[in-house]
Design a binder for this molecule. Structure first.
Ligand SMILES: *Cc1c(COP(=O)(O)O)cnc(C)c1O
Length: 399
C-alpha cells in the first residue's frame, strides 16, 4: 500500500535516466507539472495579462497560498506560514522579532552543529541591533543544559546538515518555555523529510527552505512560521510595503499588517513562487508518518550495504534512526574525490568539509533498488580506488 503511494509519487518527478539522485536534501528534482505552470505564468500571466496578473492570476496572495501548502507538512495551522525571501533573510526577520519580545535577556543560544549561515545571520543581527546581545554557541549535546533563565532565544536547526543528527523539538521547546526562552527552529532539513508538529510542540518561530525536500527549484523562496498568538504582537525589523497594513494606501508611515502578512517585505519572485506552489502538489495524499517509515527503511538499508561493502568508510550519522533525519553521512579522508568519482558514475550525493560524504534519502522518488545501486557503485569506487585521480581532486565552487 505504502509502496504504491511512493511508486506514484516517483512518477511525478523528472529524473534523468541512469542517475541515482541522493542529493534531494540539497536541491530537490523537478516535478513534472512545474514546467507547465511556470510557462503558464510566463505566457498567460506576464506575457498576456502584464500588470493585471497580480489580481487576475492571484500573484498578490501567492505567498500565503504557498505558505498554507507548507503549513500542512509542518504541523502549522492555516494562515501561520508565509513563503518569502531566503532562509537566511527569514532567520534575520524572526530572530530580530523574537529579540524584540525577549525583554532584558541578551543571549541567543545555538549550537556548533548549526548551519553556518544561521550563525552568521545571528552575528549580523546582534551587530545591527546594537543592544548588547550575544550569540552563545555550545556543542549539540550541551544545548539542553544550556537553556537557562538568562537566555533570550533558543535558535536551533532540527537536523544537523553534516551528520543528520536530530534534535528533540518537543523536549527542547518545552524546556525553553519553562525557562521563559523564545524558540526558533530551522526546518531546512526537516520540512518534507520527516513529520514536524510545530503547533503540538508550541514552537514560537520557524523557518525553512523551499528548494531542498520541498522541490521548489534552485533558489526557491523559503518559508517562515510565526505562532498565531505572537503574529499580531511581533514588531518586524525589515519593514516593507508588502508587510504594511494597506500597501496600496501608500502612507508615509509603516503600520504592520495583521497576522503573518507583516512578515512579508518586498515584491516576491512570482515565477519561483509559482514553481514552488505547483511543486508542493506532489505532497497531496502523502502521509508524513508513512514517509518517515520509508525514509528509515531506505537509510537503514544504505548503512547496512555500505558498511558491508566499504570498510574504509566510517558512519558519521547516529546509528539509531530515531535520532537521525533523512540523510546518512560517512567520513572518508578522501571524501571529496570519492564523491566526485561517485557522481561521475551516476550516483549523486554531496560533500561537506572536512571529510563528509553525504547522502539524502527522499522517499518520494528513491527506491530500495536505488539504494543498493548506490552502495554497489561506492564499493567499486573504493575497491578499485577510482577516486585516486587528479581530476577528482579539483574543487569546484559548489561542493
Ligand atoms: C540549506 C540551509 C540554509 C540555506 O539558507 P539560504 O538562505 O537558502 O541560502 C540555511 N540554514 C540551514 C540549516 C540549511 O540547511
Amino acid at each position: 500500500m505504502t509502496d504504491d503511494i511512493f511508486a506514484r509519487t516517483r512518477a511525478l518527478f523528472e529524473l534523468p535516466e541512469g542517475i541515482v539522485y541522493l542529493d534531494g536534501n540539497s536541491l530537490g528534482p523537478l516535478p513534472r507539472t512545474v514546467r507547465e505552470r511556470v510557462l503558464a505564468e510566463i505566457d498567460q500571466g506576464w506575457g498576456e495579462r502584464l500588470i493585471r496578473g497580480w489580481n487576475e492570476r492571484g500573484w498578490i496572495d501567492l505567498q500565503l497560498d504557498v505558505g498554507n501548502r507548507i503549513a500542512r507538512l509542518i504541523g502549522a495551522p492555516e494562515g501561520s506560514v508565509v513563503a518569502a525571501d531566503s532562509t537566511s533573510v527569514n532567520l534575520f526577520k524572526v530572530l530580530t522579532a523574537a529579540l524584540g519580545m525577549a525583554g532584558d535577556r541578551k543571549i541567543v543560544l545555538s549550537d556548533s552543529g548549526n548551519f553556518p549561515t544561521d550563525l552568521y545571520v545571528a552575528q549580523g543581527a546582534v551587530k545591527a541591533l546594537g543592544q548588547g546581545h550575544e550569540l552563545k554557541i555550545v556543542a549539540p549535546e550541551e544545548v539542553e543544559a544550556s537553556i537557562t533563565a538568562d537566555v533570550a532565544v533558543l535558535m536551533i536547526t532540527q537536523v544537523d546538515y553534516r551528520t543528520g543528527r536530530l534534535h528533540d523539538m518537543a523536549a527542547l521547546t518545552a524546556k525553553a518555555h519553562e525557562q521563559g526562552v523564545i524558540t526558533i527552529w530551522d526546518l531546512c532539513h526537516s520540512a518534507g523529510a520527516l513529520p514536524v508538529d510545530l503547533a503540538g510542540c508550541n514552537v514560537d518561530f520557524a523557518i525553512g527552505c523551499g528548494y531542498k525536500y520541498l522541490n521548489g527549484g534552485p533558489g526557491a523562496p523559503a518559508f517562515l512560521y510565526v505562532r498565531p498568538d505572537h503574529a499580531d504582537r511581533v514588531s518586524p525589523s525589515l519593514c516593507g510595503w508588502m508587510g504594511h497594513e494597506a500597501p496600496f494606501a501608500f502612507d508615509l508611515d509603516y503600520r504592520p499588517a495583521r497576522g503573518i502578512d507583516r512578515m512579508r517585505v518586498g515584491t516576491p519572485a512570482i515565477l519561483s513562487l509559482a514553481a514552488l506552489h505547483t511543486a508542493l502538489e506532489v505532497w497531496d495524499g502523502v502521509d508524513m508518518n508513512a514517509l518517515r517509515r520509508r525514509s528509515i527503511v531506505l537509510s537503514e538499508r544504505f548503512i547496512k550495504e555500505v558498511e558491508a561493502r566499504c570498510p574504509e568508510l566510517e558512519l558519521a550519522s547516529p546509528r539509531d534512526p530515531s535520532v537521525r533525519g533523512s540523510q546518512v553521512s560517512f567520513r572518508f579522508r578522501e571524501g571529496y574525490a570519492a564523491m566526485q568519482a561517485l557522481i561521475a558514475e551516476g550516483v549523486i550525493g554531496d560533500f561537506r568539509a572536512p571529510d563528509i560524504m553525504r547522502f539524502g534519502f527522499t522517499p518520494l522518488y528513491i527506491s530500495e533498488a536505488d539504494v543498493v545501486t548506490a552502495a554497489q557503485t561506492l564499493e567499486r569506487i573504493m575497491r578499485d580506488r577510482l577516486w585516486d585521480r587528479p581530476e577528482y581532486r579539483m574543487r569546484s565552487k559548489v561542493t
